[in-house]
Design a protein around this ligand. Structure first.
Ligand SMILES: Cc1ncc(COP(=O)(O)O)c(C=O)c1O
Length: 463
């Protein structure tokens, strides 16, 4: 191999390689990819160009490329050329290990590759990129705040002042900022009795004691909330009123009003997590942030709608807390990566984010219908990218998850979401949005359905 420059000028030395010339070229290609001299994504010379420079026929290069393509080393894209391929499987995580992974609450990435390509191209053509090369303002640029406000409006129906919106490094970072802003070390934090698992390490870092609050089919129980707040002197609540992870429950309008009335009485500030909200049928339910804007910090993200790799989210913050959140942002990040925030703004302001949301709602609806066909008892909200399966007696959640894994399917038992011991239901979460191939999803769901229909497996220690 000689060089990889801006132009596709790969030129292997095949003079010492034995056998037919096309084999020699294919072998040189493999060696240069293995050594990293030809990196993933590198563009290869055209057949004609390489043939001319090597002194072989075009047919020889065509045969060599075809052989490398069959081996999965390179791939052609119509009208763009031939590229070194990423050897990692483009399928769901776990496909390489033979496991169908239904434990990760992501949505398939594939349809958004083109949107990313378009957004990058549109960025590359702009003449104001220097603004993205400096430390960003700690609360993001006006354009990023405006994009965040629009995304919140599009997904909740709530018109918000962009001055109250802070771009964040994803929903997780927004959670950190919001919780740190409304608590002090040693405080108690009220949470739904089953909650997003990452609230546990965050509570550990912030030295917060998690207090579970009982839920029913409509989410948080206001009486239980009041009692827990009284008993623990708690003044902060983290909750997911829409498409709750993991139970899929959405709080109705009445319940929301009752929860917020309790919060007002007990002086509780609320972190409202709405990262799945864009999947809901329509923004007809008012977010908690609309019911009490002074008390609620609302967070959302583009991870589930566009791509988690963007690491972009938004926090809608009551004005009196803005300074504290800004200080936290400055102390931890100096500011959110402006390139990521700019891409997010491009997605939102161009309409691509909304287009993706529509596509994803359709994908989830299709997959929920498929799941219902295969697992008739599944009662989850059909807008959710996962199922919450209550297991029939006498299945225990860990035994079920273990038995399923032995059959090649991974799901998450309720323990991962429980914030306290005891009272954990015998249920599992089954994510249906992340596996790219529908035939694999079908196979996974059939395996779940088959196990549900069997007598419970015996635990490992039975004598
Ligand atoms: C309820 C909930 N909140 C927040 C997050 C984190 O989102 P992000 O990827 O934007 O950090 C997740 C991710 O799974 C989630 O399920």
């Amino acid at each position: 191999m000689t060089m990889m420059e801006k132009q596709p000028r790969w030129l292997p030395d095949i003079s010492q390689r034995p056998g037919p010339r096309y084999r020699a070229i294919a072998a040189a290609l493999r060696d240069d990819i293995d050594s990293g001299a030809l990196p993933i994504g590198a563009k290869l010379p055209t057949h004609r160009d390489l043939a001319w420079r090597l002194g072989v026929t075009v047919g020889t290069v065509t045969r060599a490329y075809a052989e490398a393509e069959r081996g999965g080393l390179i791939g052609g894209e119509v009208g763009r050329g031939t590229f070194v391929r990423d050897p990692r499987p483009a399928e769901a995580p776990g496909d390489d290990s033979g496991i169908i992974d239904l434990s990760v609450n992501a949505l398939t990435q594939h349809p958004n590759e083109d949107r990313l390509r378009r957004a990058l191209a549109s960025l590359a053509e702009r003449n104001d990129l220097s603004g993205l090369m400096h430390y960003p303002p700690v609360n993001g640029s006006a354009r990023h705040r405006q994009a965040g406000a629009l995304w919140i409006e599009q997904t909740t129906g709530l018109a918000v002042d962009p001055a109250r919106v802070l771009p964040t490094a994803g929903g997780q970072n927004a959670m950190h900022l919001a919780l740190a802003a409304i608590t002090r070390p040693g405080d108690s934090l009220l949470v739904e009795q089953l909650s997003y698992p990452a609230v546990k390490p965050l509570a550990g870092l912030l030295d917060l004691r998690l207090v579970p609050v009982a839920m029913d089919g409509e989410g948080l129980l206001p009486d239980a909330l009041e009692q827990a707040a009284d008993a623990h002197g708690a003044h902060a609540l983290y909750c997911m009123p829409r498409l709750h992870n993991p139970t899929t429950v959405t709080q109705g309008a009445e319940r929301r009003r009752a929860v917020m009335a309790t919060c007002r009485r007990a002086g509780i500030r609320v972190v409202e997590d709405d990262v799945y909200g864009f999947l809901a049928d329509g923004p007809d339910l008012q977010p908690l942030a609309a019911l009490d804007p002074e008390r609620v910090l609302f967070l959302t993200s583009l991870s589930k709608n566009l791509m988690p790799g963007l690491r972009t989210g938004f926090l809608l913050c009551p004005p009196p807390l803005m300074d504290r959140v800004r200080t936290l942002l400055r102390a931890t990040l100096l500011g959110v990566n402006p390139l990521g925030a700019e891409l997010a703004a491009e997605f939102i302001l161009s309409g691509a984010a909304l287009e993706s949301a529509t596509q994803r709602r359709a994908l989830v609806a299709e997959r929920q219908a498929q799941a219902r066909r295969l697992i008739p008892g599944a009662t989850s909200d059909t807008a959710c990218p996962h199922l919450w399966l209550n297991l029939p007696e006498p299945w225990r959640r860990e035994d079920f998850a273990r038995a399923l894994l032995a059959r090649g399917v991974r799901v998450t038992p309720a323990d991962a979401f429980a914030v306290a011991r005891g009272d954990t239901p015998h249920a599992v979460r089954v994510c249906i949005g992340g596996v790219e191939r529908t035939d694999l999803l079908e196979q996974g769901l059939r395996t779940v359905a088959a196990l549900l229909a069997e007598p419970a497996a015996m635990g490992e220690s039975f004598v």
